[in-house]
Design a protein around this ligand. Structure first.
Ligand SMILES: NC(=O)c1ccc[n+]([C@@H]2O[C@H](COP(=O)([O-])OP(=O)(O)OC[C@H]3O[C@@H](n4cnc5c(N)ncnc54)[C@H](OP(=O)(O)O)[C@@H]3O)[C@@H](O)[C@H]2O)c1
Length: 298
């Protein structure tokens, strides 16, 4: 493992759609089942629930890898430090394992954001730092400005969305790739090819999609609110896809546009062109839209 790299568990629990009691119980059950990575974000408004689930599980803190993310609206240096402290307070932890910049924010110079992020790491608020939704050019720029190792890029990847150039760029910079939406919000389960391949192993389409990722060394963080699906999504280490099956899935993996990034061009344009009060109003509207859509936007 290169210097500065993080040991990120291959499977984790995503929590984007989880709130309140369901979130607490799901995190608790996931940890009891063996999950050791929990992914949250200040933007998910569930860090308190995630923290409660961690404690309820009884699993030792040092055995759990907790990722959270700073919202782009908090990328100005002072706000970033404040946001990291607020996340720790809501999670009721003394240290985060991995703190990510959630999305690029062209309104704040990346050099300043990176300096603040590295400072937060040096101050001991997080063990590791990284980014999310960064494209190849963003990564190159981020690495140039970072005085601490960036250990990860969390991006959308699943059996319908492959990102070979981006994953190669991450690897070139010794950054782990963590795949979000790894079962395409459940759609992997209905795909004819994945179902056919899974049938031979007694596995579902969702499990095949997850396996296709972990077999490439990519960590996955599927989200579910159903306890029975926690075990299903975790049971992907007792079979191996053949080279032919891996290639067959890869060959169909570019046929769909990304799910979570539908809003990103609009978001980037608004952040770049509008004054801060207008982007705040948009942010509130976006949150309301997310609630109406049942959490499908990130
Ligand atoms: N960095 C970012 O910008 C970003 C963006 C999006 C997501 N994320 C992170 O990545 C995590 C995962 O992504 P995601 O939640 O968007 O998508 P996902 O994990 O691909 O899909 C979650 C959806 O699939 C369903 N599901 C779960 N297991 C299933 C199974 N075995 N069979 C059929 N359906 C199943 C769930 O419904 P039920 O609850 O009914 O099981 C849920 O609606 C998020 O929770 C979040 O932590 C990060």
């Amino acid at each position: 493992m290169p210097e500065g790299s993080a040991l990120i568990p291959l499977i984790g629990l995503g929590t984007l759609q989880l709130r309140g009691r369901v979130c607490v119980d799901t995190v608790e059950q996931a940890l009891r089942l063996g999950y050791r990575h929990i992914d949250t974000a200040e933007g998910y408004e569930n860090e308190r629930d995630v923290g409660e689930g961690l404690r309820a599980s009884g699993v030792q803190r040092e055995d759990i890898f907790v990722t959270t993310k700073i919202s782009p609206s908090h990328f100005a240096p002072r706000e970033l430090e404040r946001a990291a402290k607020d996340s720790l307070m809501r999670l009721r932890l003394s240290q985060i394992d991995l703190l990510l910049l959630h999305w690029p924010n062209p309104q704040v110079p990346l050099s300043e954001t990176l300096e603040a992020l590295c400072g937060v790491k040096r101050a001991g608020l997080t063990r590791h730092i990284g980014v999310s939704n960064f494209e190849v050019t963003d990564i190159d720029e981020a690495v140039r400005h970072a005085s601490e190792p960036l250990v990860c890029n969390q991006i959308e990847m699943n059996s319908f969305v492959d990102r070979p150039k981006l994953t190669a760029a991450c690897r070139a910079h010794h950054m782990a790739v963590v795949a979000y939406c790894p079962i395409a919000r459940g759609e992997a389960n209905n795909d004819a090819l994945l179902k056919r391949i899974g049938h031979a192993y007694g596995k579902s389409g969702a499990q095949v999609s997850l396996r296709w990722l972990v077999q490439q060394g990519i960590s996955v963080i599927p989200c579910t609110s159903r306890i029975e699906r926690l075990s299903e999504n975790y049971s992907i280490f007792d079979f191996e896809l053949s080279e032919a099956e891996m290639s067959e899935i890869s060959s169909i993996a570019r046929r769909r546009s990304r799910l979570a990034t539908v809003m990103s061009p609009m978001r980037a344009f608004a952040l770049k062109t509008l004054p801060a009060p207008a982007t705040s109003v948009l942010r509130i509207g976006y949150r309301m839209l997310r609630r109406v859509m049942g959490g499908t936007a990130r």
